[in-house]
Write a protein that binds this ligand. Sequence first.
Ligand code: ACO
Length: 398
Amino acid sequence: GLSIASLLKTTGAVTYDPGFMNTANTKSAITYIDGDEGILRYRGYPIEQLAEHSNFLEVSYLLIYGELPTEGQLADFDRVTRRHTLLHEELKNFFSGFPRDAHPMPVLSSAVSALSTYYPDSLDPFNPDHVERSTYRLLAKLPTIAAYAYKKSVGQPMLYPDNSLSLAENLLRGCFGVPAEPYEVDPDVSKALDTLLILHADHEQNCSTSTVRMVGSAQANLFASVSAGVNALYGPAHGGANEAVLKMLREIQAGDVSPETFMEKVKNKEDGVRLMGFGHRVYKNYDPRARIVKGLADDLLAKLGGDDELFDIAQRLEAKALEDDYFVERKLYPNVDFYTGLIYKALGFPEKMFTVLFALGRLPGWIAQWREMLTDRGTKIGRPRQVYTGEGLRNYPA
Ligand code: ACO
C-alpha cells in the first residue's frame, strides 16, 4: 500500500548529481527547450514568433494561464495590471533607508519581500483569490519598484506611475522622466525593451526559477518566493552576467588589451577569467535568444547611436570564439546576455540596472512556475538529499 516515493525512501538509495546536471526536479508544461537544436518555446509557441508578433503583456498571460488571451481577456489583464502600479505610500520610506549607491538588485529583492507586509490579503498560496491578487500586484508593481530603485541611485525624485502607459513605457518614464518636464516615450525604445522582456520571460528550471519553486514548495507566499528568485538572479553566473559582459568589454577597451589577447587569457584560464556572456548549461548549439538580440542590437545601435567601439569589440570576440577550438569543443556560444547589455546601454540604462531589467522580464516565468508547482505538487516540499563525507561517530571529550 506504499506509494512509489515512500517505497524508494525505505531503500535509502540517493542519486548524486551536483549542480543538477541530469536531474529533473519537476514536470512542467510551460517552457520547452531543446539545447542541441537551439529551440525555445513558451507553451508551444516559438520564441522567434512571440518576439516578432506578440508583446510582453500577452506573453505574461500566456505563460501564467497557459493559452493566448482572447481580446477581452487581454484587455482585462491590461486593465488590472495598470490599476495596481502604485506602491503603498509607506513603502517609499523603505527606499530612503538604503545607501545612495545601493545596487538596485538587493533593493528590488528587499522591496518585493516587503510586499508581504503590505498585502496580507495576497499571502495564502492555496486561496485562488490571493494567488490572483499577488500575481497582478507583482506584475504591476515590480516596474515601479525598479524605477524607484533607479531614481534613488541618481538622487532624483521618484515619479508616480502613469497608468495610461504600458509596462515598458512606464518603466522608461519612471526611470528617465522628471516631474518638471513632460516625458515623450520613443516608440523604438519601448518596443526594443518590450522585446527584451519577452526574451527573458521564462527559461524552465534555471537557477532563479528553481529557487522560486523550492521556496514556494515550503508554501511560502508568492512575494517571498519571487524575492528569493531575484536574489538568485543577482549572481554573475546567472542574471548578473549581462552586467559582467559590459564590464569585460569596457576593461578590454580601457586596458589596451586586444580582444585576441583577452581570448588567450580566457583559454589559458588565467585568473579564472571567462568570456562572460558565453556558454550555457542547456544550449550546446546556439542560444536562440542571442540570435534575436544580436539582430536587435544591430538595428537599434544604428538608429540610436550606441557605443560602436564596444559593439565592435563584442563582435570581434564572438567571431574569434566561433572559429576557436577551445570554444567549439566545449560548445560555447553567445548566450542571451552577450549583447543585451549593449542594448540596455543604448537605451540609457546604467550597468547596475541591467540585471533588474532581466528580473522584470523573468517575473511572469517565476509566477507561472510557482503557480504550476503549487497545483501540481500540492504540499510536497523540495528537500534534496546529500552524500555525507564528514566524520563518523566521535565522543565529546568528557
Ligand atoms: N568562457 C570560457 N570557458 C568557459 C566558459 C566561458 N564563458 N563557460 C564554460 N567554459 C568552459 C569551462 O571552463 C569548462 O572547461 P573545462 O572542461 O576545460 O574545465 C567547460 O567550458 C564547461 O563549463 P562549465 O562551467 O562546466 O559549464 P556549466 O554548464 O556548469 O556552466 C555557465 C554554464 C555558468 C553559463 C558558464 O558557461 C559560464 O560561466 N558562462 C559565463 C557566465 C555567463 O555568461 N552566464 C550567463 C548564463 S545564461 C543566463 O543566465 C541568462
